[in-house]
Design a binder for this molecule. Structure first.
Ligand code: IPM
Ligand code: MG
Length: 358
C-alpha cells in the first residue's frame, strides 16, 4: 500500500526545513521499504501570493485525499497588514478546521545532549518528557461572534468568544486519558475555572471522562499556576490537556525548556488519525533563506507522522535515533549552540541526519 503525503512548505523558513525533512523521509522510506507518494501544495502567505487565498481550493483538494501532511510554517511581515480574515495564519486555522484536526500533540522531550541549552538549570530539566495535548479546532480561536466593531460612542472594540461544547471537551479529554495511560499514567487538566465559565464546564466534563479511566491519576491546575510550574519544576508533569489558547501559550514555554523551539515536533490528528505534522516553531522571517534554521523539529515531525499516521514505528525510531546521534556528534544549528561552539547550517544538519541513518 502506498501512502500519499502532502508537503506544505509555507512561508519563511518553512521551505528550507521541509526540504531537509523531505530528504530524510525519502531516505527512511527507502530503507524501510515504505512506499510513499509525495505531492506539494501552497498554504499561508505563499498561497495568498500565488493563488489569492491562504487555503486555496487546490490545496484543500490535495489535503482531503492525503494520508498525512507535513507543514513547514506560515505567516510573515509581508501579510501582517492584511485584514484579519485574510491573513496567512488563517490558512493554517482553515486546514485544521477543514480536516477536523482537533487533537494537537506537542511533546517536550529534552535530548540530554542539550541540557545546557535549556533556559532552566540542567538539573530541573534533565530527563524531561512531557506531552501537551492541545484542543485545536475550538475555543476562542474559532468562537463566534468575533470581530472589531464601532460602539455607539464611536470608540472601536475588539471581541472574541471563548466557547466549548461538551462533546468537544469530551473527545480531547478521552484522547488525553488514553495517551496518559500509555505513558506515566498521570494527566493534568489546565483551566481557569476560578474565573471563566467555559472552563468550569471543561473541568466538569474532564472529571466525567475520568470515570472511564481509573488507571490514570487526574489533577487540575489553573493556567497561571501551570505557567509558573512549567518553569519552576516541569518534571512534575506527565501529560497536560488544555484548550486551544492555553495550549498555544504553554506549548511555547514547554518548548523552550528543551533548549530550543527548533527541536519540537507536533502532530495534529482527527478522529481517523489522519494527521498534519509540523514543527512548533514559526516562520522565523528574520533568518529565512539564510541556511540558518534548525530542521530537526521538522525531521522529528516526520518521525511522528511515521508513528501516528503511517503505522511505521520502526522507521520513526530510526529517525529519532539518528537525530540523537547527530547531537552526540556535537552538530548544532545556531539556536542550540553554546557560546563559542561551531555552527552548522540547515542543509548540513539534514546531511548529517541522513548520514546517521546509514
Ligand atoms: C501554533 C501557532 C499558530 C497558533 C499560529 C501560527 C496561527 O502559534 O501552531 O502554535 O496560534 O495555533
Ligand atoms: Mg503557537
Amino acid at each position: 500500500m502506498s501512502h500519499s503525503i502532502l508537503l506544505l512548505p509555507g512561508d519563511g523558513i518553512g521551505p528550507e526545513v521541509v526540504q531537509q525533512a523531505r530528504r530524510v523521509l525519502e531516505h527512511v522510506a527507502d530503507k524501510h521499504g515504505l512506499s510513499i507518494e509525495l505531492a506539494e501544495g501552497d498554504l499561508g502567505g505563499i498561497a495568498i501570493d500565488r493563488q489569492g487565498a491562504a487555503y486555496p481550493d487546490a490545496t484543500r483538494a490535495l489535503a482531503r485525499q492525503a494520508d498525512a501532511i507535513l507543514l513547514g510554517a506560515v505567516g510573515g511581515p509581508k501579510w501582517d497588514s492584511l485584514p484579519p480574515a485574510e491573513r496567512a495564519e488563517r490558512g493554517l486555522l482553515a486546514i485544521r478546521a477543514d480536516l477536523d484536526l482537533f487533537a494537537n500533540l506537542r511533546p517536550a522531550i529534552l535530548f540530554p545532549q542539550l541540557a545546557s541549552a535549556s533556559s532552566l538549570k540542567a538539573e530541573l530539566v534533565a530527563g524531561l518528557d512531557i506531552l501537551i495535548v492541545r484542543e485545536l479546532t475550538g475555543g476562542i480561536y474559532f468562537g463566534e461572534p468575533r470581530g472589531i466593531r464601532e460602539r455607539d460612542d464611536g470608540e472601536r472594540e475588539g471581541f472574541n468568544t471563548y466557547i466549548y461544547r461538551e462533546s468537544e471537551i469530551e473527545r480531547i479529554a478521552a484522547l488525553a486519558f488514553e495517551l496518559a495511560a500509555k505513558r506515566g499514567g498521570r494527566l493534568t487538566s489546565v483551566d481557569k475555572a476560578n474565573v471563566l465559565e467555559v472552563t468550569m464546564l471543561w473541568r466538569e466534563v474532564v472529571e466525567r471522562v475520568a470515570q472511564n479511566h481509573p488507571d490514570v491519576a487526574l489533577d487540575h491546575i489553573y493556567v497561571d499556576n501551570a505557567a509558573m510550574q512549567l518553569v519552576r519544576a516541569p518534571k512534575q508533569f506527565d501529560v497536560l490537556v488544555t484548550g486551544n489558547i492555553f495550549g498555544d501559550i504553554l506549548s511555547d514555554t514547554a518548548a523552550m525548556l528543551t533548549g530550543s523551539i527548533g527541536m519540537l515536533p507536533s502532530a495534529s490528528l482527527n478522529e481517523q488519525s489522519r494527521g498534519l505534522y509540523e514543527p512548533v516553531h514559526g516562520s522565523a522571517p528574520d533568518i529565512a533563506g539564510q541556511n540558518k534554521a534548525n530542521p530537526l523539529a521538522t525531521i522529528l515531525s516526520v518521525a511522528m507522522m511515521l508513528r501516528y499516521s503511517l503505522d511505521a514505528p520502526a522507521a520513526a525510531d530510526d529517525i529519532e535515533a539518528a537525530v540523537s546521534a547527530v547531537l552526540d556528534d556535537g552538530l548544532r544549528t545556531g539556536d542550540i549552540a553554546e557560546a563559542g561552539a561551531s555552527i552548522v547550517g540547515t542543509v548540513e544538519m539534514g546531511d548529517a541526519v541522513i548520514a546517521a541513518l546509514n
